[in-house]
Design a protein around this ligand. Structure first.
Ligand code: SF4
Ligand code: SF4
Length: 191
């Protein structure tokens, strides 16, 4: 049996932290400093047009405005399509098998096309269970599933709304948004 040494680290607050008010005051000073600095940089840049001033932070008015996402971020899944518009997935069940959260459910059916044995007639992913590990994408031998749909909106009014079906994932996969988003992202960071 391996003898493992467990190191436990505990944090003990000091006297000034224990009496609470100095820390609150410190926090208010930091917040106030950011407010004043931001207000001045916006005023100097946009009212007095002094462009040499470092830009202040900008609040993004979500959900009307959406933050640009890195093209390598793992977002909602999408299913890739063949040139004839049919789903690329061959229902091999590799993704369903490897998924650590058991949130992929596929129903296979036979295809008329003799070159493609099977296809997914139903394909569902429960996003509430998904941990966005990306194993399904890595395991797919057909590059049929990707997680670069670039949708940040992972909220819904019911649990059912967060179970995405084959048709939703196919419509997200109709066009590769990756390069478009990559371009926008590069432009935004070079500004
Ligand atoms: S990202 Fe991970 S948890 Fe989510 S569906 Fe794919 S394999 Fe399962
Ligand atoms: S998405 Fe890929 S791994 Fe999953 S069933 Fe389809 S072909 Fe297999």
């Amino acid at each position: 049996m391996i003898d493992r040494k467990v190191i436990q680290k505990s944090y003990e607050p000091g006297f000034w932290e224990k009496i609470y008010y100095p820390e609150v005051f410190k926090g208010l000073c930091i917040t106030g400093w950011h407010f004043v600095r931001n207000m001045w940089s916006h005023t100097l840049r946009y009212v007095f047009h002094i462009k040499s001033v470092k830009p202040g932070f900008v609040t993004i008015q979500y959900p009307e405005e959406q933050r640009l996402i890195s093209p390598v971020a793992r977002m909602r899944h999408r299913l890739m399509l063949r040139p004839d518009g049919t789903v690329k997935c061959v229902a091999c069940m590799m993704c369903e098998t490897i998924c650590p959260d058991d949130c992929i459910h596929i129903t296979a059916a036979e295809r008329d096309d003799p070159t493609v044995e099977k296809y997914a007639i139903a394909f569902e992913i429960d996003l509430l269970r998904c941990c966005f590990c990306g194993y399904c994408v890595e395991a797919c031998p057909e590059d049929a599933i990707r997680m670069d749909a670039c949708y940040l909106d992972l909220a819904g009014w019911s649990r059912g709304a967060l179970v995405i079906d084959r048709e939703t994932m196919m419509s997200d996969g109709a066009l590769s948004r990756k390069f478009q988003v990559q371009k926008e992202f590069q432009e935004s960071i070079s500004r």
